[in-house]
Design a binder for this molecule. Structure first.
Ligand code: ADP
Ligand code: ZN
Ligand code: ZN
Length: 617
């Protein structure tokens, strides 16, 4: 029977035997957009009739996850700005009226969001649109809820994970020029915001603003600045730990520097203690990966009815497994990287491609039975914590793609409600979370961050640790942070300890100048790839000659990247350093394009691919 015929039959039957139910059904049909209605729209209808319709199988009751966030938090419905916030707001407005963009450098919990909200309010009052960029939405449901409580239906969230219908709705509202606050990630820059009045780039230092793969490769912060110039509207960048480039621009007057260097309620920043793990081990005070102080403080915090956060930037159980006899380690068959062991799923997985395999008990190279687990991922930390502190209730927050999308929100909610004592996470937990009861933050291993082979390692480490530390003691009571490291004397750790952004900045700036890196120079990364290692090797030698002829020693490479094979493509990088000056950059880009084209025409390099990344991060 066709659907329509079936419907008619149902209507006929109801009309004869249950007119009340027919009435309810008709009213529901008029309300439902896509064959469903929300229960809160059923208020005026007879519950008995609805129940009867459900029993008959005409209606179906379903629990659905509502993607637009609930607006139960309304503590900010009538906030008053602190004097410092008020001052910052005035300075921002002055800067905008002079046609200048601004950087709001406000320490964690200084209340930057409230300053943004005032600016948004002013734009909406003029029936204009505001774009509020965030590095990540999944983790910021807290923030979105706060904004939703305040701006109600004028707030739209733009997210690539939304259904086509939801995205179309946002798209058309933007296009029609409705007064809107659009909160979104980098892709929302492409919405047709016809009445755009202001762009806010929150956490402007975040590297996830850069889209790298797939192309187009762009940085949302820089693109926002460009878009705003075209539209002649202002941009506000905000961060507790600005990127070196942005702070440099602020110091040089390209941006107005506005500072909020106190927390909104005058509470102190957390006290930060560095723990020497070498000493801990020498004195046998540690238990596994944990120092004695960190373990005992977690217990104190729990008995005070407070919570802890542990940070470790590695997911899975262990990042490396090694044979104690011959040094063999399981590697990905498609990528040049060791496989991470996941205990719960009981497999070994590659973080660069989808490859996974069962774990090994015995070394396939030498037959030895002793395989050693090297390093700690969040999963192992949770496991060990349950041995040394079995009374603590824990959960993990990390990019584990086997978990469902909503799992993050559930964990964050559970932690907010105090159902957990300890939240263990990767850098996900550094991003904008605002919990009342977090007293303690532990950084399990700072050395991983500091040792990362990249010219931004110091900057990144400082940013990450400062942001994570900022999760502690956000309400009156001072929080405590323990950073475990084998090198507590490392200058970056000292600056984190004393919250000394200025020291980080001046030291980094001197280094960048000495070694010709941004912001003094601009960079282009040119990556060549080939499925055949030898062919790639030959090709890059020729390319090297060509590029050297044109650019001299301003071109570095070819150099093997940290992961030199991904998904069966072998990789080699060149790095071009350019003077930070528009005409020089234009000339370099044109010349680079010519060299690339020339090589591409050469038939012997068939199978060779290349990608270009301007301002790589
Ligand atoms: P930041 O983004 O600078 O780290 P937030 O804007 O998230 O800080 O503010 C931190 C917390 O302080 C939030 O819970 C916010 O509601 C609260 N807050 C900030 N300013 C005020 C204010 N003027 N009055 C009341 N609460 C405030
Ligand atoms: Zn072996
Ligand atoms: Zn792989």
């Amino acid at each position: 029977m066709r659907e329509e015929d079936e419907m008619h039959k149902v209507f006929d039957q109801l009309e004869k035997r249950a007119p009340k139910q027919l009435e309810v059904l008709m009213s529901l049909i008029s309300k439902g957009q896509e064959n469903w209605v929300a229960t809160n729209q059923l208020k005026n209808l007879s519950t008995n009739a609805i129940k009867a319709l459900i029993t008959k199988g005409i209606l179906e009751q379903q629990d659905v996850e509502v993607s637009r966030f609930k607006s139960h938090e309304s503590d900010l419905s009538s906030f008053v700005l602190s004097a410092l916030q008020e001052k910052a707001l005035e300075e921002i407005k002055n800067s905008f009226s002079e046609g200048k963009n601004a950087l709001l450098h406000g320490i964690t919990s200084s209340g930057k969001t409230l300053v943004y909200m005032e600016l948004i309010k002013a734009s909406l009052a003029l029936k204009k649109q505001v774009l509020y960029l965030l590095p990540e939405i999944a983790l910021t449901s807290q923030l979105v809820e706060r904004l939703k409580a305040f701006f109600g239906d004028q707030l739209m969230v733009s997210h690539s994970k939304f259904s086509t219908n939801e995205r179309l709705e946002v798209y058309f509202k933007c296009l029609q020029g409705e007064p809107l606050l659009v909160v979104g990630t980098r892709s929302s820059l492409f919405l047709p915001l016809t009445e755009l009045d202001l762009i806010i780039v929150d956490e402007e230092h975040e590297s996830s603003y850069k889209q790298f793969d797939p192309a187009p490769r762009f940085h949302a912060r820089d693109s926002a600045l460009y878009l705003a110039r075209l539209m002649q509207i202002p941009v506000l960048l905000g961060s507790a730990t600005p990127s070196i480039e942005t702070y440099f621009n602020a110091k040089n007057g390209k941006l107005t520097l506005i500072e909020m260097l106190e927390r909104h309620d005058g509470s102190s920043l957390p006290s930060i203690e560095l723990i020497n793990m070498l000493e801990q081990r020498r004195q046998k005070r540690n238990k596994g990966i944990f120092s004695d102080v960190l373990l005992s403080e977690m217990q104190h915090v729990k008995s005070d009815g407070k919570q802890s956060i542990l940070f470790q930037n590695k997911k899975g159980y262990v990042p490396v497994i090694e044979c104690t006899q011959c040094g063999w380690t399981p590697k990905c068959i498609n990528c040049d990287i060791s496989l991470t062991y996941y205990k719960f799923q009981n497999n070994l997985r590659c973080h660069y491609c989808a490859y996974s395999r069962p774990p090994v008990d015995q070394c396939p190279a030498c037959g030895h039975n002793g395989l050693e687990l090297i390093g700690y991922g969040t999963e192992r930390i949770e496991d060990e914590l349950s041995i040394y502190a079995e009374n603590l209730k824990t959960d993990r927050l990390d990019y584990n793609n086997t978990r469902r999308k909503t799992a993050h929100k559930k964990i964050i909610d559970a932690f907010s409600k105090g159902e957990l004592d300890v939240l263990i996470g990767t850098q996900m937990i550094s991003k904008g979370l605002d919990f009342d009861k977090v007293k303690l933050v532990g950084v399990i291993n700072a050395d991983h961050l500091l040792n990362f082979p990249d010219f931004r390692a110091n900057e990144r480490s400082f940013q990450l640790m400062t942001q994570v530390a900022g999760r502690a003691g956000r309400r009156k009571e001072q929080g405590k942070v323990y950073i475990q490291s084998g090198r507590p004397e490392h200058p970056v750790l000292q600056w984190v300890k004393s919250s000394d952004y200025q020291q980080l900045y001046s030291n980094e700036l001197a280094e960048r100048e000495a070694f010709s890196y941004p912001p003094f120079k601009r960079l282009i990364k040119l990556t060549y790839k080939h499925k055949d290692a030898l062919a790639l090797h030959k090709a890059v030698q020729t390319i090297r000659q060509e590029l050297h002829m044109v650019f001299g020693d301003r071109i570095l490479g070819p150099e093997k990247p940290y992961v030199s094979k991904i998904r069966n493509w072998y990789l080699m990088n060149f790095l071009l350093k350019m003077d930070n000056e528009n005409s020089a950059i234009r000339k370099d880009k044109a010349q680079l394009q010519m060299s690339i084209d020339k090589l591409e025409r050469d038939r012997q390099y068939k199978g060779l691919r290349w990608t270009i990344d301007v301002d790589p991060i």
